[in-house]
Write a protein that binds this ligand. Structure first.
Ligand code: ATP
Ligand code: MG
Length: 722
């Protein structure tokens, strides 16, 4: 291969990083400066010029999607497939490691991954078994406590507690939870990392093997590694191998999940020979976008300090739109997307980003209404949907019946007369004998300790699982899924539900069979059955896998998920005080700065055009909240922004909901606009808050001064604009 190809498309500094002799390096640079590109080219360089085998390379990325993209790019540069290269997320790599060394890690061979939803359910069950009231011991908080400790490498016995009964109790819950996991071979996400670290600590021989094997270690998005991840990497590092980390302290956005941006300094302290390379040219965004993002992040203190410039043109200004409410905001966004599409541009070049997953629903509905295809990354995605988790629950039982989380999920879904009382007996027995729920169930049946009805209901479930196991043993993966979905009664259950929702659940179940059919067995799973590999894939990929990857579709995701990605056209929705920065950021020190970094990450995803939108009123948990424009928008220099349909809303206090709005789109044929004042013969004066439908079916919601909010049919309401 012509080596110059690896250096041609790089600037001087990038070349220096890519072609450096074997040494440790930190590439510290702002968004869009080509850090990830440097890693990709460096990997190719190592193989091509330094003759390092793919087998000896370990590359860590932040998401599975990023890992796939990186592998694709390296393979493209090299012109061949490189499946022996270890490239993945920390969790994915830890899983791979634990599968190969399950015995040393003290795990059953077929251990299962517990995703965060399963973990939550399990914690609830643990609380119940300990007779603790969820009102006092909030499961979410316990989950945070357990994962936080694991991220610091702490087992219950390592946690120091004083006489405080609350602390003692928390530690005990952690302990019982862990015993439950161990008993049924379940490994939560934090546990994957902790076990992988303990594997190094307890088995120097295993560690030494990997130290020798991995001659080059490369890590993207290093600013978001947590302590256990860094400890794991650090142990792998010897004087003989090299580590290249790339990152940007301004993009550290996972502090709330235990990420520690100081790991950048720790790296420099621990490896004093490491060279720091700074990249300063941004190749992604236009001048206005870059200037605005730089100005926002400049409001943070204690930055490592980076310059970022572009020789791209200024481009269009950033547009800010103040929606009357979240529906108006969504309509505005969708209208701009339609314009974009009508110009012949691709939908997949458009991203709608938001602070919270819950914001997606309104946007999704607006897109659906206009039949604009969209795809959501992160959040409640395909593998996290209820019906899919039900089906996976059965598949997990088929694969490994001692899986307590799966047992709980499906034992009485669809309902088969197994009541809480029976389950309580099973759980008690499991606890007393330290067995899985499945084994205890079998035992209770064997010893005839259940009443006639309860026994036959439970026996029905046991027979079903045994039947499924036997029946699917010789089937291929998609047949297995199909058999399980139908024989378990799940399909019939959702069929009986009727309605839109149930219909889409049935479609999802069918899609699961398709997913199984399309599933490519990964090369790195020597000792797994296709079913076990698929289940691991489903847990690891939940939120990243997409149902239909080929259609041209708008991409929607939280800003967190958008890290590292880029799109020509970007919308950030909900840029208002209380949403972004979030309410919580006022309460905890440091949170506001993390929110600002998040804003920086969001803005720097945009290549050509950026819209920031917000809603002056927003319905949250059924209540209308009134918000002002986000401080982040106010931090953007005036010459980089323009307000769409200029209204004086940016400076006006927003809680004045009764201001007539003159600029919002007049809805179809009603002649009314959102925010407009109207009079009704019976209810008096009010403000138009919302509308839906058109023609004879048009309805409007009016907030009457004396009668509260009401939905009225336009055709009969006799509203008079004021
Ligand atoms: P982030 O901090 O958001 O992860 P990054 O620093 O990893 O960004 P990349 O994604 O590697 O940046 O690069 C940003 C864009 O700039 C990409 O489209 C990349 O292909 C392009 N790019 C990087 N370096 C160059 C270069 N030397 N010449 C032309 N384009 C480049
Ligand atoms: Mg990157």
């Amino acid at each position: 291969m012509d080596v110059s190809r690896l250096l041609d498309q790089l600037n001087e500094r990038q070349r220096q990083a890519v072609g450096a002799d074997a040494k440790d390096m930190l590439v510290l640079a702002g968004a869009g400066s080509g850090k990830t590109r440097v890693l990709v080219h460096r990997i190719a360089w190592l193989m091509e010029v330094e003759n390092i085998a793919p087998f000896s390379i370990l590359a860590v990325t932040f998401t599975n999607k990023a890992a796939r993209e990186m592998r694709g790019r390296v393979e493209h540069l090299m012109g061949r497939s490189l499946h022996t290269m270890w490239m993945g997320t920390f969790h994915g790599l830890a899983h791979r490691l634990l599968r190969s060394h399950y015995q040393e890690a003290n795990l059953p061979q077929n251990f299962q991954i517990l995703d965060s939803d399963d973990q939550y359910r399990l914690i609830k069950r643990v609380l119940k078994s300990m007779n603790l009231d969820e009102k006092h011991w909030a499961p979410k908080h316990i989950q945070w406590y357990i994962n936080g400790n694991k991220d610091e490498g702490l087992r219950p016995q390592h946690i120091e507690v004083n006489d405080d009964p609350t602390q003692r109790q928390m530690r005990e819950i952690y302990q019982v939870y862990q015993q439950t996991c161990d008993r049924s071979g379940l490994v939560d996400f934090a546990e994957l990392l902790l076990r992988a670290h303990e594997l190094w600590v307890n088995h120097p021989d295993v560690l030494a093997h990997y130290q020798r094997r991995f001659r080059a270690i490369l890590v993207d998005e290093f600013q978001d590694t947590n302590n256990i991840q860094y400890a794991w990497l650090r142990m792998l590092k010897t004087p003989e191998n090299t580590m290249v980390i790339v990152g940007d302290d301004d993009q550290s956005i996972y502090g709330w999940r235990g990420a520690n941006v100081e790991n950048i300094q720790h790296f420099l302290r621990d490896f004093p020979g490491a060279e720091t390379i700074r990249l300063e040219q941004n190749y992604r965004s236009t001048g206005h976008i870059l200037k605005a993002a730089n100005a926002v992040i400049d409001h943070n203190q204690g930055r490592l300090g980076k310059e970022l410039w572009t020789d791209d043109r200024d481009g269009e200004k950033i547009s800010v739109y103040a929606g009357f409410n979240e529906l108006d905001e969504a309509r505005f966004i969708i209208a701009r997307i339609k314009e974009w599409r009508d110009q012949g541009d691709a939908l997949e070049d458009v991203a709608i980003l938001y602070r919270n997953n819950a914001q997606s629903r309104v946007l999704e509905e607006a897109l659906l209404q206009e039949s604009i295809p969209y795809r959501i990354y992160g959040g409640l995605r395909f593998f996290e949907r209820q019906e899919i988790k039900d089906a996976l629950g059965y598949l997990r039982m088929v694969n490994h019946p001692a899986d307590d989380a799966a047992f709980e999920r499906v034992v009485n879904t669809p309902a088969r007369g197994i009541g809480e009382k029976t389950l309580a007996l099973v759980r008690d027995a499991a606890k007393n004998t330290n067995q899985s729920l499945w084994q205890s169930g079998l035992q209770l049946l064997g010893e005839k300790r259940l009443s006639g009805r309860a026994a036959s209901a439970l026996q029905g479930f046991v027979d079903l699982i045994l039947h499924l196991q036997e029946h699917t043993a010789q089937q291929c993966l998609d047949q297995q899924a199909d058999t399980v979905i139908r024989s378990s009664g799940l399909y019939a259950m959702y069929q009986a539900e009727k309605g839109e929702k149930a219909q889409s659940r049935l479609e999802n179940l069918e899609e699961l069979v398709t997913a199984c059919k399309q599933f490519d067995m990964p090369e790195d799973v020597d000792n797994m059955t296709p079913l076990a590999a698929f289940l691991a894939h489903a847990s690891l990929e939940a939120g990243e896998a997409q149902a239909d990857a080929h259609q041209d579709a708008v991409q929607m995701m939280t800003i967190h998920t958008a890290k590292g990605l880029e799109f020509p056209l970007v919308f950030i929705a909900g840029v208002e005080e209380g949403m972004f920065p979030s309410q919580m950021s006022h309460e905890e020190p440091g949170r506001l700065e993390e929110e600002r970094r998040l804003c920086y990450v969001g803005m720097t995803r945009a290549m050509r055009k950026l819209y920031l939108t917000y809603a002056e009123s927003r319905r949250i948990y059924g209540q209308d909240k009134y918000h002002t424009v986000s401080r982040f928008i106010r931090e953007i220099p005036a010459d980089c922004v323009e307000e769409v349909r200029l209204r004086n809303t940016v400076s006006r206090p927003v809680h004045n909901r009764f201001q007539p709005a003159t600029s919002h789109e007049v809805f179809n044929d009603t002649g009314l606009a959102l925010g407009q004042r109207v009079a009704h013969p019976k209810f008096g004066d009010g403000t138009v808050l919302n509308y839906e439908g058109c023609g004879d079916h048009a309805r409007v919601e009016v907030g009457f001064d004396d009668f509260g909010n009401k939905w009225l049919m336009m055709a009969y309401a006799k509203l008079v604009p004021l």
